[in-house]
Design a protein around this ligand. Structure first.
Ligand code: PLP
Length: 422
C-alpha cells in the first residue's frame, strides 16, 4: 500500500488522466496490455530512445512499443516520408505509387513471400492467412500452440478468456517434437495449416527449437497442409526474419509491427499459387477489403524505414547488441543468485522470475507475478521503461550508454530481488 501511495504521489497527472479516461473507456483502457495497477503511466512525448511522462519524468525506452518501435521516436527520415505523404493528400481512394515499391522491398527480404498483401495490423494478417489456408486446402482444422499469441482475436494462453475467431483448433505444445508430429499425422487430411511464431513473443520470448520448426515444415508438407510463420514479432531478428536464419521456407508468412515504420501495419504473403486466390481478375477469387490496407502514411513510412534505416548491417548490429545485453543481465542475475532469467533472441527479450530458461509457456506457470511487478516498478523508478510482463525490445537509437546504464541498475537491484524472491 505504501508503494502504491508513493507511486500516486509521484504521478498525479498520469493518475488524473487515467481517472478521466475511465469515464469514457472501460477501465480507462483501449489496449488491455497497457493496463496495470494502480494506474498506468501516460507518456506524452518521445524522442530517439527517450520518453517523457505526463508528470515530467523521463525514461529510456526499453519497451519500444512492444517491438513495433524499432526506429525509435520521430526518426527524421521516417518523419520526412510521412510529412510528404500528408502534403500529398494522404489517402486518395486509389492504388498509390509506393505500394509496389514497399511490397518489393519486403519480398526482397522474404523470398518466401512471392506475393503479398497489406492489412492494418498483425492480427488481421493472421486472420487472413488462416482463412486463406482453409480456402486453399479445402480443409477445416488449424493447429496452434498453447500459450501462442497471434493477435487480439487469436490468443491462446490458458489463463485468458479469449475473444477468438471460431476456427476448429487443434492444440499442441511448443517445442514438443514427437507429440506435435503425432498430432499432425493424426489430424491428417483435415489439417489446413499449422500457425507458429518461430520465437514465441508474447508467450515470453521463447525461441523455437530449430529441429522443432524443421519438423513442422516437413510434416505439414507431408500432410498437404500449409505452414504459416507468424513473424509479426520475429521479423526484426535478422534482415529477413527468423525464416532466413533457420533456412525454413514457410508456405505463408505474416508480418506487422515495425515494418510499417511505426504506423498501423500488417502483411501476409507466401506461395504465389496460394496467394493467387486473392487475385480479383480471376473468377471466384477471395475478397480482401480494408479501407486503410494501403494507407499512404504506412506505405511511405514503411518503405523509408526498410530501405533507409533497417539495413541488413543495422539489423545485425541491433541484434548483436541485444544478445550482449541479455548475456550481461543473465550474468548479473546468476551471480546475485536472483532466480531470474532473461530469455529471447537478439533485440527481443523477456525477464522471468524462474530458475531456468523456459521452453514453452507452461514452464512459466509458476512464475511469481509479484516479482515481475517488482522489476517493473523498480526499473521505472530508475528511469527505464519496459513492459510490465518483462518484455524488452531494443530500438535502433539505443546505444552502449543506455545498455550500460540498464545493466548498472539491474546490478544494483539484483541482491534485493534475490532476497525477496528466494
Ligand atoms: N502476432 C504476433 C506474434 C504478435 O506479437 C502480435 C502483436 O503483438 C500480433 C500477431 C498482432 O499484431 P497487431 O497487434 O498489429 O494486431
Amino acid at each position: 500500500a505504501s508503494a502504491a501511495n508513493a507511486y500516486s504521489a509521484a504521478n498525479p497527472e498520469s493518475q488524473a488522466l487515467h481517472e478521466r479516461a475511465r469515464q469514457v473507456m472501460p477501465g480507462g483502457n483501449t489496449r488491455t496490455v497497457l493496463y496495470y495497477d494502480p494506474f498506468p503511466l501516460v507518456m506524452v512525448s518521445g524522442s530517439g530512445c527517450r520518453l517523457e511522462d505526463a508528470d515530467g519524468h523521463t525514461y529510456v525506452d526499453f519497451l519500444g512499443e512492444f517491438t513495433a518501435g524499432l526506429y525509435g521516436h520521430s526518426d527524421p527520415l521516417i518523419a520526412e516520408a510521412i510529412g510528404k505523404a500528408v502534403a500529398n493528400g494522404i489517402n486518395l481512394g486509389s492504388h498509390g505509387r509506393q505500394e509496389a515499391a514497399f511490397a518489393e522491398a519486403i519480398k526482397e527480404r522474404y523470398p518466401s513471400m512471392e506475393l503479398l498483401r497489406f492489412t492494418n495490423s498483425g492480427t488481421e494478417a493472421n486472420m487472413l492467412a488462416l482463412a486463406l489456408a482453409k480456402h486453399a486446402t479445402g480443409r477445416g482444422k488449424v493447429m496452434v500452440f498453447e500459450g501462442a499469441y497471434h493477435g487480439g482475436t487469436l490468443t491462446f494462453p490458458a489463463s485468458e478468456v479469449p475473444v477468438n475467431l471460431p476456427h476448429d483448433y487443434v492444440f499442441s505444445r511448443f517445442n514438443e517434437i514427437e507429440a506435435t508430429r503425432e498430432a499432425i499425422r493424426d489430424t491428417g487430411t483435415d489439417l489446413a495449416c499449422v500457425i507458429v511464431e518461430p520465437m514465441m513473443g508474447a508467450g515470453g520470448c521463447i525461441p523455437g527449437d530449430p529441429a522443432f520448426l524443421r519438423m513442422l515444415s516437413e510434416e505439414t508438407k507431408a500432410a498437404g497442409a500449409l505452414l504459416v510463420f507468424d513473424e509479426v514479432m520475429t521479423s526484426r531478428l535478422s534482415p529477413g526474419g527468423l525464416q532466413s536464419e533457420l533456412e525454413i521456407r514457410p508456405d505463408l508468412t505474416t508480418l506487422g509491427k515495425y515494418i510499417g515504420g511505426g504506423m498501423s501495419f500488417g502483411a501476409f504473403g507466401g506461395r504465389a499459387d496460394v496467394m493467387s486466390h486473392f487475385d480479383p481478375s480471376k473468377a471466384g477469387s477471395l475478397p480482401h477489403a480494408g479501407t486503410f490496407n494501403n494507407n499512404a502514411l504506412t506505405m511511405a513510412a514503411g518503405l523509408a524505414g526498410l530501405t533507409g534505416r533497417f539495413t541488413p548491417a543495422a539489423a545485425r548490429e541491433l541484434n548483436e547488441r541485444g544478445d550482449l545485453l541479455r548475456r550481461r543481465i543473465n550474468a548479473v542475475m546468476s551471480e546475485a543468485g536472483a532466480g531470474i532469467v532473461v530469455s529471447g533472441i537478439g533485440s527481443l527479450m523477456n525477464i522471468h522470475p524462474v530458475e531456468t530458461e523456459p521452453r514453452q509457456p507452461a514452464d512459466l506457470a509458476a512464475a511469481d507475478q509479484r516479482m515481475r511487478d517488482l522489476f517493473f516498478f523498480d526499473l521505472l523508478e530508475d528511469g527505464f521503461y519496459i513492459a510490465r510482463r518483462g518484455l524488452m525490445a531494443l530500438s535502433l537509437p539505443i546505444g552502449d550508454a543506455e545498455c550500460d546504464a540498464l545493466v548498472e541498475a539491474v546490478s544494483r537491484r539484483a541482491p534485493r530481488w534475490a532476497a525477496l524472491g528466494g
